[in-house]
Design a binder for this molecule. Sequence first.
Ligand SMILES: *[C@@H]1O[C@H](CO)[C@@H](O)[C@H](O)[C@H]1NC(C)=O
Ligand SMILES: [Cu+2]
Length: 274
Amino acid sequence: MLFFASSILFAAAVTALPSRIISRQEPVELGGFKIAAANKIIPVVVGGPQDTFVPNTVAAAVGDIIQFQFSNGNHTVTQSAADSPCQPLQATVATAIHSGHIPFQDGQTTVGTFNMPVTSADTMFLYCATGPHCQEGQVMVVNPTDNQQIVDYAKGAQSTTSSVDGTAVSGGTVASIPLADAAFVPAPAQDQAAAPPAAEAPADPAASAASSSVATDAAATSAATAAGGTITTTVAAGATITLPLAADVSVPGTTTVVVTVPAPTAAAAETPAA
Ligand SMILES: *[C@@H]1O[C@H](CO)[C@@H](O)[C@H](O)[C@H]1NC(C)=O
Ligand SMILES: [Cu+2]
């Protein structure tokens, strides 16, 4: 019972303090593994603006905990054999690592984690089992014996044509931490990322408007809506913005339209036009 209580305490500490070093004298059990001493927690960011592990090589001692922190996307941490990238080792070794799919979506204030106690100093090969991520190089090596291992493993992954998912969650504990404690900054929200930055106001707005195929608010709204997005933005009158063309609009040689923001109406204007 005392032992159980200490496990709970430790699990709580793992959740709250991703980058703090924790020392223990007593053995603790975490994720089904008994470890002699929890030396340190090593954060690894999974996904984000790109499908990667950061860092993608880690030197860890027995007793360390690798805390995978899941950023944007929907990724896994799945173990493979060195010579079978993108294939779950779980198929032959039931206790091999698999985190399951852990998503991060825009607006989340917590971050999903997979806390993996390191129970052996052996080299481990890990990949993400989502879609083509493994083929794209979302792989990592724990305790590589040299710098070439990650390169060879990534090259092996790139030569596969598809990945196989793991099955049961194994080899660690799924938990979460506050976003404020995470080792990453989330990618900008999808709609913000898609919106182009407002251009400098041209010296002569009329000239720019004249060069556009479509230069009205109505056309801009229709193009944005047809492209599947809601665009809410505040830009100065006279600024130009670039929008995707509506699906039913065909302009040879382009898929975007530059729109000049109209001047506010006299009633709405706070200051007279210069
Ligand atoms: C993440 O991926 C898994 C496996 O494809 C899927 O079952 C799950 O619905 C996905 N979650 C999100 C939020 O996309
Ligand atoms: Cu992935």
